[in-house]
Write a protein that binds this ligand. Structure first.
Ligand code: AAL
Length: 409
């Protein structure tokens, strides 16, 4: 039976516990030294705890959960697009940017390449190693977000010898004070396993371009990792270095608190598989001017999980969708300052490589509004990916078939 008593301070000391009871005691949970304080009768009732004197490790964690409701909890559905962005055999279209709305149309930018990829087994000088290798950045427009017209290339690979001569891909758009900024990944040839990836920037006065490219990358990997041996093996390291010592990926610039926050995904030399999957973390670099210089935050990494960057301003802070890799994958997080993110909800799994709809109205009113609809990509197979549309909805109840949502929640 549940107790109605208040439990002002319950201190659980593993040291005390292990000497008193031993770790194999049947009635005690084995937990690290931990303090649980101020358990209210409401919390005990809400969490369904049987006996507050005997808290399992799971109940102790539950007692530390933030006091959030289901505002950040929701589900996604994905649909095919029409027109030029419908699946096209032999063509890769992937990693859509956010959408902006100009001239009565939605605009999106994306990576485009053709033909299958051969991987790293052959001659990387001539092969296409990944679907995102040998890409240029293209753009498309749509009046309704369903039927799209491909307008042509926006940013092409650089001339031989340039830092972006091999591929430009995984782009994001920022519209700011009448100007347009595309930030994107770059690779210089040869695209081998140990190649470093950087971030480039291009700007224009119109979403149709013409685009001026930065002469140098605006972001590069940390240079404090050390490869071991000469073999093209990214797991062999003398020292791994920072979370972004190998690659800086998935850049996305937000105008925030009068500055420009460039969020990105880091890949580390000597990446490991952890209990949450690949060791992937996000970082941020901040500039006073959209063209940079971008200075990496000393608080990096700012996530311990994730993959493609999906960030948006929300109620004075920044929201972030964390997918694919790491112990906190499939969570939506929020930070009051763009740096210190906390989990707000755990979701079933969201579409990957989301291109948010920056034109949606009232996205500050409730957290899931930003996911009303947007773009994503999907793998047809390992060679070909195509762009699709998602819609997301906050979820507030779980209703049995035939029952009413009012009576069966
Ligand atoms: C994506 C992104 C980056 C990677 C590749 C293409 O999911 O993280 O863009 O480089 O895969």
């Amino acid at each position: 039976m549940r107790s109605n008593l208040s439990y002002p301070v319950l201190i659980i000391l593993l040291a005390l516990y292990s000497t008193a009871c031993g770790p194999d005691s049947q009635n005690q949970a084995v937990t690290p030294t931990e303090e649980v304080s101020e358990i209210s009768p409401e919390q005990i009732d809400h969490l369904g705890i049987t006996n507050p004197d005997k808290l399992s490790a799971a109940s102790k964690r539950a007692l530390k959960w933030p006091d959030v409701g289901n505002e950040w909890f929701g589900e996604f559905r994905v649909f095919d697009l029409k027109g030029d962005l419908a699946y096209e055999e032999g063509v890769v279209r992937r990693d859509p940017s956010a959408m902006i709305y100009e001239e009565g149309k939605y605009f999106v930018w994306y990576s485009k390449s053709t033909g299958p990829s051969q991987g790293f087994g052959g001659n990387v000088e001539v092969d296409k190693v990944f679907p995102w290798d040998r890409c240029d950045i293209w753009y498309a427009t749509s009046e309704d977000g369903w039927t799209w017209k491909e307008e042509g290339p926006a940013v092409k690979r650089g001339a031989k010898g340039a830092y972006d001569d091999r591929s430009v891909f995984t782009v994001e758009i920022m519209a700011h004070e009448g100007k347009y900024y595309l930030c994107y990944q770059t690779v210089k040839s040869p695209y081998n396993v140990r190649v470093k990836n950087q971030v480039g920037l291009a700007w224009a006065d119109s979403p149709h371009g013409p685009w001026t490219k930065s002469e140098k990358p605006i972001l590069s990997p940390a240079d404090n990792g050390v490869w071991k041996g000469e073999e093209q093996n990214r797991f062999n390291v003398v020292r791994k270095g920072d979370f972004d010592s190998h690659k800086v990926h998935d850049p996305c610039i937000l105008h925030y608190k009068g500055k420009f926050y460039l969020y990105y995904k880091g890949e580390q030399m000597g990446e490991e598989i952890t209990f949450g999957g690949r060791q992937i973390r996000h970082g941020v670099a901040i500039a006073d001017d959209p063209l940079g210089p971008y200075v990496k935050s000393p608080y990096n990494p700012i996530s311990n999980s994730g993959h493609e960057i999906c960030v948006w301003p929300f109620q004075g802070g920044i929201g972030s969708l964390i997918t694919t890799d790491g112990p906190e994958k499939n969570t939506i997080q929020w930070s009051p300052d763009g740096i210190n993110f906390e989990i707000q909800s755990v979701i079933k799994g969201a579409p990957h490589a989301i291109g948010l709809n920056r034109a949606l109205a009232d996205t500050d009113t409730e957290p899931f509004k930003i996911f009303e609809w947007g773009l994503t990509h999907q793998y047809k197979n390992s060679d070909y990916q195509y762009i699709r549309r998602f819609s997301g909805k906050r979820r507030v109840n779980h209703v049995a078939k035939g029952a009413s949502a009012k009576t069966n929640q």
